[in-house]
Design a protein around this ligand. Structure first.
Ligand code: MLT
Length: 337
């Protein structure tokens, strides 16, 4: 009996080892995906869809784990890490890619993109395709999808801000992005460049009074707990690409590369749907939580004039020449400059 038991134990163990070894030879490759924002954000919704689609398109052989809330470093650090090949993917705001590949600055030039439709047209058309090539060359990262988060609105803890004179009363955190810093300077404001990962604490401790980011991000990051006033400016429509380490991408078979690109496209589509379905609800929720929303004075006229006249010409060179801006304006049906 004892002998029989030993045999059956041995058989089960062998079976387990065989199954174990089969499982490990088919084990999923689990890529690390960094995200600067918290759960509930556009980045998170995009990332979940990307992973779902990646698994579906590779029969579960490839997956990804999301590390949200800057767990893997500040957004700008993740560009460097992905460029070096020590990080697989990152989802981050386009403004944090610009220092490493300046031509993507076209998407942070103030008052260029004026709607979700325009953001989709540019990112998914010839302009987006050119920027994908540029980021590969400049930074060693490949954009494989685009999340859309809505207009970056201005929040602060001190007072309602309607005019550029009001803006001078507050210190505003801005990303380390020359175009955005110059925009605040053109407005006569007090920009303090700071990494995204440090922003909540800086707001909480009163190191800065305000910041700008879309409603969806303000909500996901719980900024309503440290900010009261919102100014409904529309200077930048926030675009958040999924970047992939080019060296990791090039190490894949053509089939896996195709699966990555297709998963990125599906997540891009989902992101637009997520924004459309949730932005108004989230804005209302922020009002219910006590945030006070005001519109900029005179239909934002002075804000627009100051930013476009001072900042556009200053950054023609960094975005690749005035022609690049004119191509975008033509595509959007606007007058060239
Ligand atoms: C920033 O303000 O640095 C980014 O827009 C934050 C984000 O990724 O949402």
């Amino acid at each position: 009996m004892k002998y029989k038991n030993n045999i059956s134990t041995a058989v089960s163990l062998t079976a387990a080892l065989v199954i174990g070894s089969c499982t490990s030879s088919f084990a999923a490759t689990d890529w690390k995906i960094a995200g600067g924002d918290s759960e509930g954000s556009s980045q998170h919704a995009f990332g979940l869809k990307f992973v779902e689609q990646l698994e579906a398109k590779t029969n579960g052989e490839y997956t990804g784990t999301l590390f949200m809330n800057s767990q893997l470093g500040s957004e700008q650090d993740t560009v460097v890490e992905a460029g070096l090949g020590t990080l697989d993917f990152s989802i981050l705001a386009i403004n944090n890619v610009t220092p490493f590949s300046p031509t993507v600055g076209i998407f942070t030039l103030p008052y260029v993109i004026q709607s979700l439709d325009e953001a989709e047209l540019l990112t998914q058309g010839e302009v987006g395709a050119e920027l994908v090539e540029n980021t590969v060359k400049d930074a060693g990262v490949r954009i494989v999808g685009w999340a859309y988060t809505g207009f970056r609105v201005l929040t602060n803890s001190k007072q309602p801000i309607e005019t550029l004179e009001d803006l001078q009363q507050v210190i505003v955190r801005v990303p380390k992005n020359e175009i955005m810093i110059d925009t605040y300077k053109a407005w006569g404001g007090n920009p303090t460049p700071m990494a995204w990962s440090e922003t909540f604490t800086a707001l909480q401790q009163g190191v800065v009074d305000g910041q700008d980011n879309p409603y969806v991000t303000v909500d996901a990051m719980k900024f309503d707990t440290v900010q009261k006033y919102v100014t409904n400016i529309r200077y930048i429509f926030s675009i958040e690409p999924l970047i992939m380490s080019e060296s990791v991408y090039q190490a894949q078979t053509p089939e896996v590369q195709q699966a990555i690109v297709e998963a990125g496209k599906a997540a891009t589509k989902h992101s637009a749907e997520f924004l459309t379905a949730n932005e108004a609800r989230i804005k209302q929720q922020l009002i219910e939580k006590g945030m006070v929303i005001t519109d900029p004075a005179n239909g934002e006229k002075e804000w627009i004039e100051k930013a476009t006249t001072a900042v556009w010409p200053k950054h023609y060179d960094s975005i690749g020449g005035k022609d690049k801006l004119n191509r975008v304006l033509r595509l959007l049906g606007r007058d060239e400059v």
